[in-house]
Design a protein. Structure first.
Length: 264
């Protein structure tokens, strides 16, 4: 792939995996549209790039699905046709089902699922018309397995897989590729911002999260997977890979083990 000929829209680009991917794709020569809710944070990411003049900043909130078609059009006014969409923005949960308000479940689905779907639907017709495009979705290992205290998060990622696996089949002959990225623990602030049962951020860093893979390494592996047109890629350590393997091949044993699993 000649990244210098690619324009990439990244949601959740102000921090974590999104920021690391922006810096990685900047090094590879891509033209970027950096999207998130906070303009100052996005501008700081752009200023950290090797070639900030190549990149645009777009303020958007993926929770506001109704506004996303207009934001997609704005992105293309700023930077031209979007070749690659990276649906990265997301929010997690730390709470027992019995204690979690239904409004929290709905919010997580709006951000993690409906936001990605709405932005994809807005940009997809142009990609199909050009016969060229790539939809990338940052899911999670919990898109394949579910663990306690993350119910709505796992549900949203399972939904993402169902939708984008169907999309991949539909656009197979239209020049549009779909890549699902499944990170394990990555050392970002996602657990700090995770919602508690009342809908407020917990403000607590999980030990496993803090000791996870460096965001830069995750971003490099993501960029490589995009270049290769991978349908799905797991980016994790051996612990998370084993959990996924166990859930698929020895589900009865996994169900016993996962009862004791808690964010820590």
């Amino acid at each position: 792939m000649d990244w210098s000929q690619r324009t990439v829209l990244i949601t959740g680009a102000s921090s974590g995996i999104g920021r690391a991917l922006a810096l990685e794709l900047d090094r590879r020569g891509a033209h970027l549209v950096l999207a998130a809710r906070r303009r100052e944070a996005l501008e700081a990411v752009r200023d950290s790039c090797m070639a900030p003049e190549r990149h645009q900043v777009l303020v958007l909130d993926v929770e506001d699905a109704a506004a996303l078609p207009g934001k997609a059009a704005e992105a293309e006014r700023l930077a031209g046709p979007i070749d690659i969409l990276v649906n990265n923005a997301g929010i997690s949960l730390r709470g027992l089902i019995v204690e979690t308000d239904i409004a929290v479940d709905r919010r997580i689905m709006e951000v993690n699922y409906f936001g990605a779907v709405a932005l994809t639907k807005a940009l997809l017709p142009g990609m199909i018309a050009r016969g060229d495009g790539h939809i990338v979705v940052v899911s999670s290992i919990v898109g394949h397995i579910s663990t306690p205290m993350r119910s709505a998060y796992a549900a949203s990622k399972h939904a993402v897989h169902g939708f984008f696996d169907a999309l991949r089949a539909e656009v197979h002959d239209k020049g549009v590729r779909v890549t699902l990225v499944l990170p394990g623990y990555v050392a970002t602030d996602i657990s700090l911002h995770a919602l508690g049962p009342d809908g407020n951020p917990t403000g607590q860093m999980d030990t496993n999260q803090a000791g996870g893979m460096a965001p830069g390494l995750c971003a490099r592996r993501m960029a490589d997977a995009i270049e290769r047109g991978r349908a799905e890629v797991i980016i994790s350590g051996p612990y998370e890979r084993f959990g996924r393997w166990l859930g698929r091949h020895l589900p009865a044993l996994f169900r016993i083990i996962v009862r004791r699993e808690r964010p820590k």
